[in-house]
Ligand binder design. Structure first.
Ligand code: GLU
Length: 261
């Protein structure tokens, strides 16, 4: 696992998402990527290795858009290549994920039997397909996520971006941390308070099984039973200048799994 940042913004987000990834760099990673919605399309840049490589991609081909998700990956399923780097895009849905989907193999087999084609070796891509299948079948983003989350076993923090909904990021967590940040006319998602620290100090930590519907003007949080819930908004006190030593306790660990390839 490693880092997630999301912005439903009122101004361009690509550089800010990159800066958010820089603040999550301490958690370790082997590749990184950013996806935004630009002129009605999901567009992304991804790179192996250090964030400087992603910065080079962004400099060569900048990303526009006022909404986006970003990710640092610590590979568990599939080598740390560009094709396996997140965000993964399937039809109208883009996704970033930290953690492991333990039951990805039967889900992948089900999706392949349904005629769906995979472009990566990751466990993550099954989630993108499951949600895309719901959306393509006419379900709303919220209903799609609510349908798919109970099917996932394992540990995850996930953020979804929907091509046809440029005012919406949905985040979900189970066994991996995810926070939402409350801004002024824009709102955020982050793996921790540090990710969003320059933009807001007002954050809420999602509980296990929670999922959050993040829009520019408001954030709604639902529990694992899809009931609306309130989570306390706290002043994070995080600043980018915070000691690295104080935060290394949350550093991502490399996981070894039999399915790592
Ligand atoms: N299991 C996912 C992958 O290998 C996510 C890894 C992570 O937590 O960064 O792509």
């Amino acid at each position: 696992m490693c880092g997630i940042v999301g912005i439903v913004g009122k101004s361009e987000v690509a550089q800010r998402l990159f800066d958010g990834l820089k603040r999550l760099e301490y958690r370790g990673y082997d590749s990184a990527g950013i996806c935004t919605i630009d002129h009605g399309e999901l567009v992304r840049r991804r790179a192996e290795g250090k964030l400087e490589n992603l910065a080079r991609e962004l400099a060569q081909e900048p990303l526009g858009g006022t909404i986006g998700i970003a990710h640092t990956r610590w590979a568990t399923h599939g080598a740390p290549t560009v094709d396996n780097a997140h965000p993964h895009i399937v039809g109208p849905v883009a996704i970033v994920h930290n953690g492991i989907i333990e039951n990805f193999k039967p889900l992948r087999e089900e999706l392949i039997a349904d005629g769906r084609e995979f472009k990566s070796e990751t466990d993550t891509e099954v989630v993108a397909h499951l949600v895309a299948r719901e959306v393509e079948g006419g379900a709303s983003p919220q209903d799609s996520v609510a349908t798919v989350l109970p099917r996932l076993q394992g540990a995850f923090a996930i953020a979804f971006l929907f091509r046809d909904h440029p005012d919406l990021i949905i985040g979900a967590r189970m066994g991996a941390p995810l926070t939402v940040g409350y801004g002024d006319g824009e709102n955020y998602l982050g793996s921790d308070a540090l990710a969003v620290a320059p933009w807001t100090q007002r954050i809420a930590y999602l509980d296990e099984g929670d999922w959050a519907v993040v829009r520019r003007e408001n954030i709604e949080i639902f529990d694992r039973d899809n009931e609306p819930v309130e989570r306390e908004i706290v002043e994070s006190g995080a600043s980018s200048a915070r000691s690295r030593r104080a935060i290394t306790a949350t550093t991502c660990r490399r996981r070894s799994t039999s399915s790592r390839s």
